[in-house]
Design a protein around this ligand. Structure first.
Ligand code: KG4
Ligand code: ZN
Length: 334
């Protein structure tokens, strides 16, 4: 069969990224331009600045990707783009850019859900096996999904309030760590021990998660200690929070491993870059004799290669989008 090269575009948040992915699993070229340093000045992503920066940089990111691949747009078979979920203005920059390329170069347009993209990051280098349990853990989502085949999703459980990444970011902010909070909590937690007793998010037998209670308990603890004039041990608090947050994930995943008997596990989304979390999930998988697939670090956080990987099954099925494609700020996979 002829090779299929998909030019894929991701601009849902604060990374302008374009990739060329061959046959859904081989990254020919990938460029990621992060705006992180700009948004760090504001303590979080400023949507208006994000979309403006995407507009300024996207052509350059395309040129850089084509240069690395030594290819032209004409050499690609389709244009894929993230259309949901994300910041509307940011998504629209990528979508309009993709539509122009699709129209001018007469290439089919493929719309990709960002969360599906995070899952298909595991398809790069062909690591996704079915049936599997997928833990999607990002700044906006915490979902446990059962997959029986390509694009066959069953939502087992999800967060009832905050996403795990959101909790990492808020806790980081309250203890005075810069944006993005997740990696900074992870770094600090290494220097601490679990000395603070924090409440467990959802202690029930469902597959659902909750992170707002845990987040609030950290905020209250910090405020109370401040009022009493006590010093907080930031490293211990980071470690206590991270351990409790991860324990809730492993508890629910363990329930699913027990109840479904599924032997393949994947983790996806920005929080899956956390090494402590990876270690704990690996231990759990070992206990249940399950195979754990982890995306390479570069494919954990937002990138266009995962969008190209997720677009490939849609290309094979001929599921193409029209030029009236619009952005959707919220959505779920299932
Ligand atoms: O998937 P992603 O890049 O963007 C969304 O789709 O949301 O995920 C971003 C989230 C942020 O909340 C960030 O703090 C978190 O992933 N994150 C981490 C780590 N690296 C990124 N959280 C914990 N530990 C990390 N090492
Ligand atoms: Zn993401």
């Amino acid at each position: 069969m002829k090779d299929v090269n998909i030019l894929s575009i991701e601009t849902s948040c604060d990374e302008t990224s374009i990739a060329i992915v061959k046959n859904g699993c081989e990254v020919v070229a990938l460029t990621i331009l992060t705006q992180m340093d700009t948004h760090a000045n504001f303590g979080g992503v400023v949507p208006e600045i994000a979309s403006r920066m995407h507009t300024e940089n996207i052509t350059m990111v395309l040129e850089e990707t084509l240069r690395k691949a030594n290819m032209k747009v004409e050499d690609c078979d389709a244009i894929a783009v993230t259309y949901t979920p994300g910041l509307l203005g940011s998504l629209l920059v990528g979508i309009e850019f993709a539509k122009v390329l699709s129209y001018v170069y007469k290439k089919p347009l493929i719309k990709v859900n960002h969360l599906v993209g995070h899952i298909y990051a595991n398809k790069i280098d062909n690591k996704l096996k079915f049936p599997c349990l997928a833990l999607v853990i990002s700044g906006g989502h915490t979902e446990l999904i059962k997959m029986t085949g390509d694009y066959e999703f069953e939502l087992l459980g999800e967060t009832q309030d905050d996403a795990i990444g959101e909790a990492f970011d808020k806790v980081a902010r309250v203890i005075g760590l810069p944006y993005p909070g997740g990696p900074n909590i992870e770094k600090l937690a290494k220097e601490g021990k679990r000395s603070y007793n924090l409440p467990h998010p959802v202690n029930d037998e469902t597959y659902n998660f909750s992170y707002s209670g845990l987040k609030s308990s950290v905020i209250n603890l910090v405020n109370n200690e401040k009022q009493r004039g006590h010093e907080i041990n930031k490293a211990d608090l980071a470690c206590s929070f991270q351990t409790t947050a991860v324990e809730e994930l492993t508890r629910k995943l363990e329930l699913a491993l027990k109840n479904t008997g599924i032997k393949n596990v994947i983790i996806a989304g920005g929080v899956s870059a956390n090494k402590y979390l990876r270690g704990e999930i690996a231990k759990l998988c070992e206990k249940y004799d399950a195979t754990l697939n982890l995306p390479e670090f570069i494919y954990c956080t937002d990138n266009a290669a995962m969008i190209g990987a997720a677009a490939y099954p849609l290309y094979l099925k001929g599921e193409f989008a029209d030029l009236d494609l619009n952005a959707e700020s919220t959505s779920s996979i299932c």
